[in-house]
Write a protein that binds this ligand. Structure first.
Ligand SMILES: *Cc1c(COP(=O)(O)O)cnc(C)c1O
Length: 398
């Protein structure tokens, strides 16, 4: 089948809830993707940071193959030999007491919201059904009905109401706005330490530290959504590490899968996650041995293969070089580790056409919002590969 035939079938039978580039990928290896015609591309999206470890990492392939011939799903009605080990390993790596495993990012966010509400009723004596969660505008936390209820993006919400109450939206980066929104009913403040989908928006220095302080002073849970920024993407295990801040509730997903099998998790203290009782929350696929075996290895290779340090050093280099490009189109570069946003000027006519031009040169990336190109390659990328990319990025942006 030709490229065009694949596209026609997809567009006929799939709901059109995405607007993909017209490239049909067939194979991936490390930072590289290959289309059905054998053309090679550098992946600068990494499945929205779900593939931090690189495509088809051989150790993940091996562990997945081994596990899927042994046991794939028990449900948590029974125990399995991978689940406890996963819980112990992720808690030790991240320095949290407990974990609750789910599948997708949105489910982990939903879980964190439930945990915060339960915690507020039980430990803060907030009157029933009155718990409030403070969130930031321009956020992205997923696509469920409750989560879009507190989105500020019209496209995410239009004609999907009615919405879930209990959320207060304040301006991102503004701690005074948070302070003003706090009431005795506030259960949690939930933010992304860097807004990924929002356009790689990095808050002012001290933002996370101040949130930590406000939470401590007012007995509020600080919940960080690090589904995209976590697990090495920004050059540290968590983006919160840049301010040496430890949230009460840490939400991870995406790269916990190694790009293989969806696994997400909520990490917190026993005082928070211990409030869940048998029967009040769950998911059929959560904690399944296939996902757990893969997630254990996904975490292992991130650390043992130095991917987090590599993200730091290569990301610093990548951003430095991007900053030196003399382009009439570039407004600014926002970067932390290998999460990089190239903000284009209004006159540039949108990021989409640059992404299409980059595709023609063998680089796959996706615009976020209309005028920002995000570069987020797998954390295994080398200096040579970045130089290869820069040559092409320069030619497109100049
Ligand atoms: C991707 C993402 C989510 C949602 O994850 P899904 O697996 O797509 O449900 C939530 N929060 C952030 C910050 C994300 O980037």
């Amino acid at each position: 089948m030709s490229n065009q035939q694949y596209i026609e079938i997809e567009d006929q039978y799939s709901a059109r809830n995405y607007h993909p580039l017209d490239v049909v990928i067939q194979r991936g290896e490390g930072v590289w993707l290959y289309d059905v015609a054998g053309q090679k591309y550098l992946d600068c999206l990494s499945g929205y940071s779900a593939v931090n470890q690189g495509h088809c990492h051989p150790k993940l392939v091996e562990v997945m193959k081994m596990q899927l011939e042994k046991l794939t799903l028990t449900s948590r009605a029974f125990r399995n030999d991978q689940f406890g080990a996963f819980c112990k390993e992720i808690c030790e790596l991240t320095d949290y007491e407990m974990v609750l495993a789910m599948n997708t990012g949105a489910e982990a966010v939903e879980t964190a919201i439930k945990a915060a509400r339960r915690w507020a009723y039980q430990t803060k004596q907030v009157p029933d059904n009155q718990a409030e969660i403070i969130v930031a505008d321009n956020n992205f936390h997923g696509r469920t009905t409750t989560i879009i209820s507190f989105s500020s993006a019209e496209a995410y919400k239009d004609q999907f109401g009615p919405f879930t109450p209990g959320f207060k939206i304040v301006s991102y980066g503004d701690t005074q706005a948070i302070e003003d929104a706090i009431t005795p009913h506030t259960a949690a403040i939930m933010v992304e330490p860097i807004q990924g989908e929002g356009g790689v928006v990095i808050p002012p220095d001290g933002y996370l530290k101040r949130i930590r302080q406000l939470c401590d002073e007012n007995t509020i849970l600080f919940m960080a959504d690090e589904i995209q920024t976590g697990l090495g993407r920004t050059g540290k295990l968590f983006a919160c590490d840049y301010e040496e801040v430890k949230p009460d509730v840490m939400i991870v997903g995406k790269a916990l899968s190694g790009g293989f099998y969806p696994v997400s998790a909520v990490l917190a203290s026993e005082a928070v996650l211990g409030l869940f009782k048998p029967g009040d929350h769950g998911s059929t696929f959560s904690g399944n041995p296939l996902g757990m075996a893969v997630a254990r290895k996904a975490l292992d290779v991130l650390v043992s293969e130095g991917m987090i340090e590599n993200a730091y050093s290569q990301g610093t280099y990548f951003a430095e070089q991007l900053n030196q490009i003399e382009s009439p189109h570039i407004e600014s570069i926002r970067a932390r580790g290998l999460l990089i946003g190239v903000v284009l000027k209004q006159e540039a006519g949108g990021a989409r056409r640059f992404c299409e031009a980059l595709e023609g040169k063998g680089i796959l990336c996706k615009e976020t919002h209309d005028h920002i190109i995000r570069f987020a390659p797998p954390l295994t990328i080398t200096r040579d590969q970045i130089d290869w990319a820069l040559e092409r990025i320069v030619s497109v942006l100049q």
